[in-house]
Design a protein around this ligand. Structure first.
Ligand code: HEC
Ligand code: HEC
Length: 246
């Protein structure tokens, strides 16, 4: 069936005026597939299915396409693998490093890297990816990462300190008042009398005293915009929100 579909898609491309771009894409997709790249990577930057093993090629394109040194560096990394201690995609992917791709010739690797860097990414996706990177940085600078992760914990024996940002999105996205409530929670902390989040190790969030109002608002906007497809269903928004008064 798979073979038949591949055959069919080849046929469609052949019939529907094959522009050079399509032909090149087909060729590179085949090569990446044959060399095992898709065991860990995908092309589209849609990260709704949990944490992927490696970054999507669109994300790689957005990060490096304006960087003149990128081609040589990426070529080297594809051939020799990436360093365990120098993670480039920490927090975004489930693997800490890429092993050397020993079955790829230098020419093939060069063609793949060129293709990845030049991938077409629509402006909306570019903005979404750049915002995500900026917000990850802000969250780390603001100390949120000490207790929060973006992705829910999947290891069954680990109880996280705090709910993941994706779970927070899952609980509050439908609620129209969510934004101001959550900004309040972030700035003033939560009270802990009524536990709002059951499956976490800390009973409440302390006030984040050195976070500016506008940064808290930007972080909450971002958290609420996170993809929630595929999340386990979460308890409803607590009726009483025991936020501390200033
Ligand atoms: C076993 C899994 C695996 C396979 C197979 C794999 N990669 Fe990767 N790749 C990764 C991971 C993990 C990263 C992110 C490493 C990091 O965070 O530093 C990565 C990163 C990359 C990057 C970005 C490197 C950077 O410095 O940002 C490129 C480009 C890339 N891979 C291309 C390829 C190509 C082309 C192939 C096939 C020839 C391939 N990968 C095969 C796991 C894999
Ligand atoms: C010291 C640990 C810690 C830090 C640092 C921290 N949080 Fe929290 N956060 C928690 C805990 C624990 C909860 C669950 C609170 C509860 O159940 O009352 C929480 C809950 C939240 C919620 C949901 C609140 C609600 O009303 O349901 C948001 C949003 C949030 N945190 C965002 C942030 C942001 C943004 C930052 C960084 C500026 C941050 N947190 C820093 C521990 C922390």
């Amino acid at each position: 069936m798979r073979r038949f579909l591949t055959y069919l898609s080849g046929l469609v491309v052949a019939l529907v005026a094959p522009t050079t771009l399509q032909a090149k894409d087909e060729q590179m997709l085949d090569l990446a597939n044959a060399r095992g790249c898709f065991i860990c990577h995908q092309v589209a930057a849609d990260n709704s299915g949990g944490k992927p093993l490696g970054p999507s090629y669109q994300e790689v394109a957005v990060r490096y396409r304006d960087d003149q040194q990128a081609f040589d560096q990426l070529l080297d990394r594809v051939i020799h693998g990436t360093a365990y201690r120098d993670q480039k995609w920490e927090g975004k992917v489930a693997m800490r490093f890429m092993p050397p791709n020993v079955n790829v010739s230098r020419e093939e690797a060069a063609a793949l890297v060129r293709w990845i860097i030049d991938l077409d990414v629509d402006q909306k996706t570019v903005e979404r990816l750049q915002r995500h990177d900026n917000m990850l940085r802000l969250s780390s600078l603001s100390g949120c990462n000490i207790c929060h992760r973006v992705e829910p914990v999947t290891e069954s024996r680990v109880v996280p300190l705090a709910p993941s940002f994706r779970e927070i999105a899952g609980r509050y996205q439908v609620n129209a008042n969510a934004k101001s409530d959550l900004v309040d929670s972030v700035l003033k902390g939560t009270q802990g009398g009524t536990r709002m989040w059951e499956n976490v190790n800390m009973r409440f969030m302390p006030p984040n005293v050195n976070v500016r109002d506008e940064d808290a608002a930007a972080l909450v906007d971002w958290i609420l915009s996170l993809e929630t497809k595929g999340l386990a269903k979460h308890a409803r928004v607590p009726a009483q929100r025991p936020v501390k008064k200033p």
